[in-house]
Design a protein around this ligand. Structure first.
Ligand code: DAH
Length: 355
């Protein structure tokens, strides 16, 4: 009969000397693989005498159990020491100062465009866009402002190419024309966007933003215009009551035309919207001129409506107490840090104070 003691000590020696996972795997194959030591010993049972079988098998089973246990223990030891090694190498030093995290800010103009768009969307206006580079027809002529009309003087224009009649749009009103030409009434749209005039001082910048509104349908009257603008001003300035004044005015593309002023007062150095006895102009509006409707092939006998144009930057200045328009477009990151809006609700202590 085999010397099981000898076999056992050979095997245990082998296992003892193993120093990593891979080596342990190959030793395992040497023992329990197809041609492994213990496998062969099991194969031998068949050729043994009945008298020897029982003792042989029981010794062999003992050996198998012992070796299996030792192998398993070794495996656990390896895993443990690998984990310990990892823990040691990947130790995090929690005493290091945290990294500052810089979150960008939303520009007040973008913020106001979002606010205004959502207010008008709630009452059924959809959003339209038009190009910044316009031609004279859309910017002036189709809006009832023919060449040499004195009202073109009101808007000091950047002409790009006279031969092609190209210019930077002086207002968002050409989007009215583009919208009406491309489909059929009714129309209920707003059009926010950049506009340009040759102008620069504390309250004028050569590039600024407007929001155009247009509502054309059967039986639309000035009452609808008033209702819509009251609703808008109250929602935008977040006030319950608001003083609004419609002042007669002139625009070639509306008849009658009006400018809208809102009442305000200065209290403790801050502007309070909606009360007080001072007036501030915020927009131009009116009932769309029949000639404009004819220009876009809409029958003014069947359809009427109102339009308005609001200065977005001015709304932002008023709502958020910013008093110099030029600073809006100087791209000073410190200004944006101060006046900008958080895109997400980032806790303030995470905000990048140093950069
Ligand atoms: N486009 C005008 C401007 O920039 C503002 C305006 C006035 C727009 C009356 C309108 C309107 O749609 O009906 O001064």
């Amino acid at each position: 009969m085999e010397n099981f003691n000898q076999i056992e000590s050979d095997i245990l020696n082998k296992i003892k000397n193993v120093s990593d996972h891979n080596a342990l795997d190959s030793v395992k194959t040497e023992i329990f693989g197809k041609k492994g030591v213990i496998t062969e010993l099991f194969n031998k049972i068949r050729s043994l005498d009945q008298s020897q079988r029982k003792e042989y098998a029981s010794k062999l089973n003992e050996l198998k159990t012992k070796v299996t246990e030792i192998l398993e223990k070794k495996l656990v030891d390896f895993d443990q020491s690998e984990i310990n090694k990892k823990l040691k190498n990947e130790k995090i030093d929690i005493t290091l100062p945290g990294r500052t995290y810089f979150a960008g800010k939303i520009h007040p103009v973008s913020q106001v465009i979002d606010e205004v768009t959502s207010i008008f969307s709630e009452i059924g206006f959809s959003v339209e866009e038009g190009p910044d580079v316009e031609n004279e027809y859309y910017n002036f002529s189709a809006l009832n402002t023919p060449k040499n009309h004195p009202s073109r003087d009101m808007q000091d224009t950047f002409y790009l190419d006279h031969s092609k009649d190209l210019l930077l749009r002086t207002h968002t009103s050409p989007v009215q024309i583009r919208t009406m030409l491309k489909s059929k009434p009714p129309f209920k749209i707003i059009a926010p966007g950049r506009t340009y005039r040759c102008d620069s001082d504390q309250t004028h910048s050569p590039m600024f933003h407007q929001l155009e509104g247009l509502h054309i349908d059967k039986n639309i009257n000035m009452g609808h215009l008033k209702g819509c603008l009251y609703y808008f001003v109250k929602k935008f300035f977040e006030v319950e009551k608001v003083k609004i004044r419609f002042r007669p005015s002139y625009f070639p593309f509306t008849e009658p035309s009006a400018e809208v002023d809102i009442g305000y007062k200065i209290q403790d150095g801050k502007i309070k919207i909606g009360e007080g006895d001072k007036w501030l102009e915020i927009l131009g509006c009116g009932m769309v001129h029949p000639s404009v409707l004819k220009n876009v092939k809409v029958n003014p006998k069947q359809y009427q409506g109102y339009a308005f144009g609001v200065g977005i930057d001015r709304l932002a200045m008023l709502k958020y107490g910013i008093n110099d328009l030029r600073a809006f477009f100087e791209s000073d990151i410190r200004w944006l840090e101060f006046y900008g809006f958080d895109p997400l609700d980032v806790p303030t202590n995470y905000r990048g104070l140093s950069r």
